[in-house]
Design a protein around this ligand. Structure first.
Ligand code: HEC
Ligand code: HEC
Ligand code: HEC
Ligand code: HEC
Ligand code: HEC
Ligand code: HEC
Ligand code: HEC
Ligand code: HEC
Ligand code: HEC
Ligand code: HEC
Length: 326
């Protein structure tokens, strides 16, 4: 009768020892980054990021899952790394993009900036979190996030040690890269405006993932003097700043889509101006074969803007305001 408990002990004890050994290797794999980093020295930057914060119980390290929170666990990895990969791989032999993102979202889904990830252009096109975020890299001075920075450039206007967000973006967005280097541009390469000043890279329901509902609200955010209300509005301005301006850059001054007067004449019929106020030989332009001998000197340089200088709207009384001339 006594043999059964002995037999149970005979099998159970080694089993328990075996299981607890497995378990402790698993715990080690989860809890002790030092063991992993003894081989993976080049990944140690993670410990300097918010993911390495011991004081934050929500961070991987604070939760005792320094590496496993993202990579999962393979208890046999240490013994034979090449044959025992981790369940979650971001680099070599990567798992599908969507599954990589889900790992990050297991902690970050509650972040309101990420609320439209699924419907955003990046999410829908299989861009991964780690295409922009280098979670193992120590953020450069003055920022909390390290970027992957696909296309590092040495800019003449900034120190090379500061990592600018746009460098990561233009690694994929070549067209935008061309635009922000045109003669007139938002000071993005100068480091004063970032791509995410206007866009939410994590997705938004707006046109082109801009941060505000409409383009105008987006622009007013920094150019509040253009908001009005004005006594005399210029309907084109109220409607959309992009009727006249390019958001990233332009070869014309002041980010204009076209040069003045052509810009204005897209909407305004030149034949109505000068009208009766000026004589027939003073057109906007010199038209070959027309009675006009010269182009009107009033239209040189700033052209229409010589007179219509309150182009975004005017509060001046009477006809001066009405015609946006002051
Ligand atoms: C917050 C999630 C996260 C945590 C925590 C994390 N990693 Fe990573 N790891 C990544 C991502 C994402 C990559 C892909 C490369 C990149 O973005 O830097 C990666 C890449 C790696 C690589 C390169 C192999 C490859 O896939 O190309 C190794 C090795 C690695 N991690 C080891 C570790 C170790 C060791 C720890 C614990 C100290 C750890 N990781 C913690 C997310 C994480
Ligand atoms: C004995 C040295 C050593 C230790 C300790 C070690 N690794 Fe590795 N690890 C390697 C080597 C070598 C590779 C490359 C294997 C290959 O791709 O052939 C690797 C690959 C990886 C990779 C990329 C491939 C994969 O498995 O996804 C990750 C992630 C990784 N290790 C994480 C960890 C974590 C987490 C720990 C701690 C639990 C750890 N490593 C401990 C040597 C080690
Ligand atoms: C175990 C939970 C956990 C996982 C998994 C995780 N994170 Fe985090 N992450 C945190 C915590 C906690 C912070 C610090 C507080 C915060 O910003 O929410 C943080 C911070 C960050 C930050 C910096 C935030 C800032 O305010 O500067 C970025 C970027 C980030 N995580 C990206 C990622 C990416 C990319 C992945 C997937 C590869 C990932 N995280 C996976 C918990 C996690
Ligand atoms: C297209 C590039 C890009 C992708 C893809 C991306 N991010 Fe970001 N992320 C950024 C930029 C840029 C910032 C800095 C925003 C700022 O300064 O306001 C940022 C900031 C963050 C922050 C900290 C600030 C905040 O908004 O709370 C967290 C956390 C974060 N990202 C997590 C993620 C996660 C998780 C994913 C994947 C689901 C992801 N990111 C995908 C570019 C990206
Ligand atoms: C890994 C490559 C990659 C990186 C890095 C990247 N993007 Fe994208 N982006 C894409 C893809 C792919 C699309 C969807 C296809 C398209 O519209 O070109 C997209 C779409 C967009 C759109 C929407 C365009 C539209 O017409 O609606 C915006 C805005 C955008 N990205 C901004 C950014 C910003 C800002 C950053 C940096 C914080 C960034 N992207 C970094 C690949 C990338
Ligand atoms: C001043 C605000 C602002 C900044 C800064 C900005 N964008 Fe845009 N972006 C816009 C607006 C507005 C649109 C919509 C353009 C349209 O509808 O013609 C747009 C459109 C886009 C598109 C869609 C394709 C296109 O050109 O219409 C991409 C991609 C894009 N931006 C990427 C970027 C990247 C990358 C950066 C940083 C280098 C950046 N943007 C900086 C406002 C901005
Ligand atoms: C994040 C703030 C910000 C937002 C949003 C913003 N701008 Fe700007 N804008 C700037 C800054 C900064 C300058 C440079 C001012 C300077 O150099 O004095 C500038 C300059 C300009 C200029 C003059 C360019 C030149 O060559 O002198 C125009 C035109 C302009 N912005 C239009 C727009 C339009 C249109 C939008 C909306 C699509 C917009 N801005 C959104 C910050 C912003
Ligand atoms: C009808 C065409 C038109 C529209 C629409 C328009 N602008 Fe302009 N904007 C101009 C012209 C022309 C200039 C150059 C004025 C000059 O050189 O004196 C200019 C110059 C600017 C400047 C730089 C000089 C300054 O006055 O500060 C900013 C900033 C600007 N616009 C912002 C905006 C914003 C924001 C909107 C949308 C609310 C907008 N613009 C809509 C035509 C337009
Ligand atoms: C996208 C079309 C568009 C562009 C471009 C445009 N405008 Fe206008 N503009 C309008 C509209 C629409 C009105 C209102 C017309 C009306 O009330 O009969 C208007 C009104 C005006 C008025 C007041 C006229 C009145 O009868 O009240 C002046 C002056 C004017 N624009 C000058 C300009 C100048 C100068 C430019 C170039 C810098 C320009 N506009 C570019 C659409 C445009
Ligand atoms: C020499 C000053 C001056 C210049 C230059 C000028 N305007 Fe005018 N414009 C006026 C005045 C003053 C009025 C008020 C009505 C009038 O007296 O004809 C006016 C009226 C207008 C009107 C409203 C009346 C109408 O005919 O519809 C528009 C639109 C207009 N201008 C557009 C333009 C455009 C576009 C240009 C450049 C191609 C331009 N103006 C150049 C002075 C000028």
């Amino acid at each position: 009768m006594a043999s059964r408990p002995i037999a149970v002990c005979f099998f159970a004890v080694p089993l328990i020892i075996f299981l607890s050994a497995l378990r402790s290797r698993e715990v080690l794999a989860q809890a002790d980054p030092a063991a992993c980093l003894s081989c993976h020295k080049d990944q140690a930057g993670l410990m300097d990021t918010m993911h390495g914060a011991k004081s934050d119980p929500a961070s991987p390290v604070g939760a005792g899952k320094a590496c496993s929170a993202c990579h999962g666990v393979n208890p046999n990895h240490v013994g034979n790394p090449a044959a025992n990969k981790h369940p979650v791989r971001f680099g070599k032999g990567a798992i599908p993009a969507r599954e990589q993102t889900e790992v990050c979202m297991s902690c970050h889904a509650g972040n309101r900036h990420l609320a439209f990830w699924e419907s955003g252009r990046h999410g829908r096109n299989d861009v991964r979190c780690n295409d922009c975020h280098a979670v193992h890299a120590t953020p450069s001075r003055g920022s909390t996030v390290a970027f992957t920075r696909r296309d590092p450039t040495v800019s003449p206007v900034i120190g090379t040690e500061r990592q600018l967000e746009y460098e990561t973006c233009i690694g994929c967005h070549k067209q935008t890269k061309v635009q922000i280097n045109k003669p007139s541009h938002h000071p993005i390469v100068e480091g004063k405006v970032t791509c995410s000043s206007c866009h939410n890279p994590h997705g938004a329901q707006s046109h082109a993932m801009i941060k505000h509902e409409t383009v105008n609200i987006q622009c007013w955010n920094c150019h509040s003097d253009k908001r009005g209300p004005f006594l005399f509005q210029h309907p084109a301005v109220e409607e959309n700043c992009l009727s006249c301006h390019a958001p990233h850059g332009s070869s014309h001054t002041k980010l204009l889509n076209e040069r003045v007067p052509n810009l204005c004449q897209d909407c305004h019929d030149w034949s109505r101006h000068p009208g009766t106020a000026y004589s027939g030989d003073q057109g906007f332009i010199r038209i070959p074969g027309s009675p006009a001998k010269t182009a009107n000197t009033r239209f040189v340089a700033r052209s229409c803007l010589n007179c219509h200088n309150a182009i975004h709207g005017s509060n001046a009384p009477a006809s001066r305001g009405k015609y946006l001339t002051r």
